[in-house]
Design a protein around this ligand. Structure first.
Ligand code: ZN
Length: 403
């Protein structure tokens, strides 16, 4: 049995920190959280983290371990054999775990390489985060990220694609509802699928017991996916041909059904600026510049979601480009705080809320008895200064200290 003492505790939920926590960990799980100042049991091995604050390990609800965070991540992927790709995914997973990301939901690989990694990491948890994987996202022929291998056409095509993914053992179904920035020629605000295909995807996923989340930049695509019964929306920018348009009725429906919006804005530079490391004049640079010009309207849309009570997580989209390395998620809470979220809200968006969005809210994202001992310890008080999250003192995965 392990006993972990620290100065403060953020339990993943509460607005206030608790003082002088003593955690008991047995067989990879938290068995007790004591704040009475009691001594650890005599047979426990004590790890005293001094002035550190303990938090639940972070949960990234949207990442791509198969993309290498270079300025040509898609080109590099095309040139990689599967075993080489798996090796790169292992390194990406280790990089995430090193900064305290203990759960990663991978929303797009090629040929189920992350499924192989999921099994490896289940057997050797200290080698990386717990993985939840979608496999190749379902997309229209030639549509956004078609090169990942998930093309499906029409209602019947989409339905059988979902069944095939479920048979492979994925944790979540990802559908490219609209176009995206990573695919040349794809238009982010434009819908790829109509209401009938989206309904078929949602019904087939739910029948298989799986959640379904939709990549959706466009306002029309978001509305259609929500009406079709999707559980989550990735990006969620509400773009149209000429700006941002958010239908309050759609927002109300999202709040009523608890449709989670995963805002993929974890980044280590201010919102509204062009990320460093992007080739000037490239198609991606032009697209990101156009998005930056919309940033005020996009932020306003996120704040309206928040005001309506729509659950918001912040995630990384790690791997797609140089400004999205696989360890970028800890910058996410600061991004949310910069638009007015409280410290506790911003931290919930990468812990308890993100875990619930990934359907592991009963095991991850909180520090409480029965939860996995996936922990991050940082110097200082992250509730008053979110930068403290980068000052890592220790990381535990399934009760084992890896840093
Ligand atoms: Zn993505």
């Amino acid at each position: 049995m392990l006993a972990i003492r620290a100065a403060r505790l953020f339990d993943g939920v509460a607005d206030q920190l608790r003082a002088r926590p003593l955690l008991l960990v047995d067989d990879g799980r938290i068995t007790d959280v004591d704040t009475t100042g009691a001594d650890p049991p005599g047979h426990a091995e004590l790890v005293d983290l001094g002035e550190a604050t303990l938090l639940p390990g972070l949960v990234d609800s949207h990442a791509h371990l198969a993309l290498d965070a270079s300025s040509d991540s898609v080109g590099h992927l095309a040139g990689q054999a599967d075993d080489e790709l798996l090796q790169a995914c292992r390194a990406a997973a280790r990089a995430a775990l090193a900064v305290g990301i203990t759960t990663v939901r991978d929303l797009g690989d090629r040929r189920f390489v992350t499924l192989r990694l999921r099994e490896e990491l289940a057997a050797h948890p200290t080698d990386g985060p717990q993985l939840l994987v979608s496999g190749p996202p379902i997309t229209t022929p030639g549509g956004h990220c078609w090169f990942l291998g998930g093309e499906a056409d029409g209602v019947d095509g989409v339905r059988s694609a979902v069944r095939a993914l479920a048979a492979r053992g994925v944790d979540v179904v990802k559908v490219m509802v609209t176009g995206g920035n990573l695919t040349p020629g794809s238009v982010p605000y434009r819908s790829q699928y109509g209401p009938a295909e989206l309904r078929a995807a949602a019904e087939a996923a739910h029948r298989a017991g799986l959640p379904v989340t939709g990549h959706a930049h466009g306002a029309d695509g978001i509305a259609d996916a929500v009406a079709a019964g999707f559980d989550g929306i990735e990006h969620g920018l509400f773009l149209t041909a000429d700006g941002v348009r958010q239908d309050p009725a759609v927002v109300d429906q999202m709040a009523a059904r608890g449709v989670v919006v995963s805002v993929t804005a974890a980044q280590n530079f201010p919102l509204g600026q062009l990320p460093p490391g992007i080739e000037p004049g490239s198609e991606l640079a032009k697209r990101l510049e156009a998005l930056a010009r919309q940033s005020r309207a996009i932020i306003a849309a996120v704040l309206r979601l928040r005001a309506a009570g729509v659950p918001i997580t912040i995630s990384s989209d790690a791997g797609i480009a140089p400004h999205k390395p696989h360890d970028v998620l800890p910058w996410g809470p600061g991004t949310l705080a910069s638009v007015g979220f409280s410290g506790a809200e911003a931290l919930r968006a990468v812990t308890s809320l993100a875990a619930e969005a990934c359907r592991v809210g009963d095991r991850k994202g909180r520090i409480a008895p029965g939860y996995d001992a996936d922990l991050l310890a940082v110097a200082g008080d992250p509730l008053t200064d979110l930068n403290a999250i980068h000052d890592v003192v220790a990381v535990f995965r399934a009760g084992a200290r890896i840093r």
